[in-house]
Design a protein around this ligand. Structure first.
Ligand SMILES: [Zn+2]
Ligand SMILES: [Zn+2]
Length: 180
């Protein structure tokens, strides 16, 4: 095969979507190999130890994520990974509101029943509370419980949840009708 033929052949071969996809997968697999990863890390460490290169890279990535097509991408990616993290944390602590049984993820929140939740939140931020809990293997001895926003807020504001009153009434009613 002469040079021109090779060029023609390869341009056809590599332009099919199938082949592109295969190549992409292969290169991802390659880049995830431990030895390749390690080498890349070492190379990057040397490269980014030079301040000018570090600055340039920072500028580039800022510019990259400011492009309209990429801001959306970044937002979606962040949202997805945050959701996955939240699912993991909620499941580790029971997966539902301790007070009313709400299970929909959007309503759920983590509460420190020792009462230092607010302080902790200000210290590290809400997302980082999740990260922090995961990093520490979901500790079970810190008075952490899952509550929905409704139950959480009314406990914080009023010191009780209306559900408590419902439960109390239900118990009283049960006693009244069963033991009169
Ligand atoms: Zn609730
Ligand atoms: Zn409640």
């Amino acid at each position: 095969m002469c040079k021109n033929c090779w060029k023609k052949y390869s341009s056809i071969y590599y332009s099919t979507e199938d082949q592109k996809e295969k190549d992409r997968k292969r290169s991802i697999k390659y880049s995830l190999r431990p030895d390749v990863k390690k080498k890349r890390k070492e190379r990057d460490a040397i490269k980014y130890s030079i301040p000018e290169i570090r600055e340039k890279q920072k500028e580039y990535s800022k510019e990259y994520y400011r492009r309209p097509e990429n801001t959306e991408l970044l937002k979606n990616r962040n949202r997805e990974s945050l959701r996955a993290l939240k699912i993991e944390v909620m499941n580790a602590y029971g997966g539902k509101c301790e007070c009313c049984g709400e299970v929909r993820l959007e309503f759920l929140t983590i509460e420190h029943s020792f009462g230092d939740g607010k302080q902790k939140r200000q210290e590290v931020g809400r997302t980082n509370i999740y990260r922090d809990l995961k990093k520490r293997g979901f500790p079970k001895n810190e008075g952490i419980q899952v509550l929905c926003f409704n139950c959480n807020l009314s406990r914080a504001m009023q010191g009780y949840c209306p559900h408590d009153i419902d439960r109390k009434n239900l118990i009283e009613l049960t006693i009244k009708y069963n033991y009169k």
